[in-house]
Design a protein around this ligand. Structure first.
Ligand code: UDP
Length: 238
């Protein structure tokens, strides 16, 4: 299966559904970017971040904002929540006897997340894990490379996690890497995933903003500005 990308504000987003995306990346390996409007707006101001996104092996539309933006541009692409995608890959690894590395979140959070994940998937082989608060990232990077995991999940927030992955992916050419934002907090049970109704409507961001009002500053004015830019792109046809 080949990639078919749709462009939005200069960034290609894959059009696979979730099953296809999982099937594609476990055969092709590399970096998965779970893209959202905040990242696109940020990358437009940071060429190095833009380059990382454009060199990723898979770019999945993690958010309703990107799904909407693509729709405005005439493309119907199903949203793939990163947290769900990450869990699918963990299940795949547990079933296939493959090893994983988990990096990110606070020490107690990653410990709890690991405990919950191994309770849910007793077969899961965790080759390496580290919390996300280190001063020397070169040591963590070389430890990951030495442990040769088949899957590396990095939850440091964006764009830190994308830079981190881009830095080591060449040294592990048969590994899948995913940047997963706050997913470990959810797996640890520290932060609850939005109720199903919010998930179904693609309104997890709204739920998270209600629960953590400090996020409001991050979403606004980014989201409306993003939609305006997409509308402008549509009108100008470029
Ligand atoms: N984090 C980390 N190291 C840092 C900064 C953040 O491990 O130096 C973790 C943080 O504990 C949280 C995740 O990264 O688990 C970021 O979550 P957030 O919801 O902010 O992700 P985003 O919205 O950026 O995807």
């Amino acid at each position: 299966m080949d990639r078919k990308l749709f462009e939005i504000l200069g960034f290609g987003v894959d059009s696979f559904n979730e099953d296809e995306a999982v099937g594609y990346i476990v055969k092709n390996y590399g970096q998965v970017v779970t893209i959202n409007p905040e990242m696109i707006m940020n990358a437009q101001k940071q060429p190095e971040f833009a380059r990382i996104i454009n060199n990723a092996e898979l770019v999945i539309p993690d958010s309703v904002g990107v799904e909407l933006g693509l729709k405005i541009l005439g493309h119907k692409v199903p949203r793939i929540p990163g947290i769900h995608f990450g869990k699918r890959l963990l299940k795949y690894c547990a079933d296939e006897g493959k090893t994983v590395a988990l990096v990110g979140a606070k020490p107690e959070v990653i410990e709890l997340a690991t405990k919950n994940l191994t309770e849910e998937m007793p077969e899961l082989k965790i080759a390496y894990r580290h919390d996300g608060y280190f001063s020397e990232d070169s040591q963590v990077k070389s430890e990951i490379i030495e442990s040769k995991p088949d899957l590396v999940l990095v939850a440091l927030g964006s764009p830190k996690q994308e830079f981190f992955i881009a830095d080591i992916k060449k040294q592990l050419p048969s590994t899948v890497f995913v940047g997963l934002g706050g997913s470990f907090d959810v797996w640890a049970g520290v932060v609850e995933r939005a109720p199903e109704i919010y998930q179904k409507l693609g309104l997890e961001w709204l739920y998270r903003t209600i629960m953590q009002p400090q996020r409001f500053k991050r979403i606004f004015p980014t989201l409306p500005l993003f939609v305006l830019k997409v509308l402008k792109e549509r009108v100008s046809g470029k």
